[in-house]
Design a protein around this ligand. Structure first.
Ligand code: ZN
Length: 166
């Protein structure tokens, strides 16, 4: 168990040191920003969605190791996925991080994201881990005005040429 914990920690530290998909998509048609004032995490997500599929995704911003690693792994996990499948993963990740979903006991699509199962025991870190996923959800639902507790998500309205989300 402690070996597993250590392995998980190494994966998280590695993604923190070398975040994947870091930067921004030039021709993005979806974007959102997420803040976690409790920790100071702030990320910007840009995506290109076409044919209901996440063709490209990138993030930038400042955050703690948990937040950056979560954003890094999230972008890798949802790239190439259908929007509805990404939304299922948002729900599953949220469930795992808040302890309502047991990733080893219930069917899910979390895969490598299970390294974050430990955050449910770290109440101050739960919002750090979930922030990128909340931001993804906001970016996928531009019309939405999320009212999540804790992490305040602000969806940007400007420069959003594609409003044909069916
Ligand atoms: Zn944080």
């Amino acid at each position: 168990m402690s070996d597993m914990r250590q392995l998980y920690q190494e994966v998280i530290l590695d993604h923190n040191r070398k975040p994947r998909n870091f930067g921004s998509i030039l021709a993005a048609n979806r974007h959102a920003e997420g803040h976690n004032p409790l920790c100071g995490d702030h990320i910007k997500l840009t995506m290109n969605v076409s044919d209901n599929k996440i063709e490209a995704i990138a993030f930038e911003g400042e955050g703690c190791a948990i937040c950056k690693a979560s954003a890094s792994m999230m972008t890798g996990a949802v790239k190439g996925k259908l929007v509805q499948d990404a939304e299922i993963m948002v729900e599953e990740f949220r469930g795992m991080a808040t302890g309502t979903l047991d990733p080893d006991g219930q069917d899910n699509h979390l895969g490598k994201l299970k390294v974050f199962v430990g955050v449910k025991d770290l109440p101050s870190r739960v919002k750090c881990a979930i922030l990128p996923w909340h931001t993804l959800h906001a970016a996928l639902n531009p019309a939405l005005n999320p009212n999540q507790t804790g992490s305040s998500i602000s969806t940007e309205g400007e420069a959003d040429p594609v409003s044909d989300h069916a």
